[in-house]
Ligand binder design. Structure first.
Ligand SMILES: [Fe+2]
Length: 186
């Protein structure tokens, strides 16, 4: 088992997880743990739980300010996170991370009431990320192998912004993380 990467993930959350989640009322750690808890509570498989837990790990890997979107900066954290994760985890867990920003653009295009569910910081970043998808982009997105899992993660992403909600600890997700390491069964 690749214990090193699991230790590294716990370290990343310990060192940087206390930073604010953009302009939201929760920290990066709270947001990630709430997101993973929602995926678990929905009875979803290990790759979906891991993708929910780590979808914003890119924010913990860069050194841009927490309010980068408000400063007009798209940090491309989805690509940063996916490139880092794909060295260690199976595509079922990694691709939803890469696609979770696209999934917001997708949901805003295909569900008329989705935009209203976005928090103000998420509305700001949506514009930087290209706004709602065009019809052609929607078609291309739906052709991607992992788009459904990305959409699931995205919905939890929107919900996982509750102040002072009790969650499991990062270490409690080691079983799902272990199940998604490359070379292990999903
Ligand atoms: Fe998020």
């Amino acid at each position: 088992m690749d214990q090193t990467v699991l230790d590294k993930i716990v370290d990343l959350f310990n060192q940087h997880g206390g930073s604010q989640y953009g302009g939201e009322a929760v920290t990066q750690r709270e947001h990630a743990l709430q997101c993973a808890m929602l995926a678990r509570q929905a009875g979803l498989d290990a790759p979906t739980v891991v993708a929910a837990l780590l979808h914003d790990v890119g924010h913990l890997l860069h050194h841009l300010p927490d309010d980068a979107p408000e400063l007009g900066i798209d940090d491309h954290h989805e690509d940063l996170g996916a490139v880092w994760l794909e060295k260690h985890f199976i595509p079922e867990a990694v691709e939803p991370v890469r696609l979770h920003v696209a999934a917001k653009r997708y949901l805003c295009a295909v569900e008329s009431d989705y935009f209203a569910r976005l928090s103000p910081p998420s509305v700001i970043s949506l514009e930087l990320q290209g706004g709602p998808m065009s019809g052609k982009e929607v078609e291309e997105f739906e052709a991607l192998q992992h788009f459904r899992r990305a959409v699931l993660v995205r919905r939890f992403d929107e919900e996982a912004k509750v102040t002072a909600l009790a969650t499991p600890a990062i270490e409690d997700f080691v079983p799902e993380l272990t199940a998604c390491l490359r070379g292990e069964a999903p």
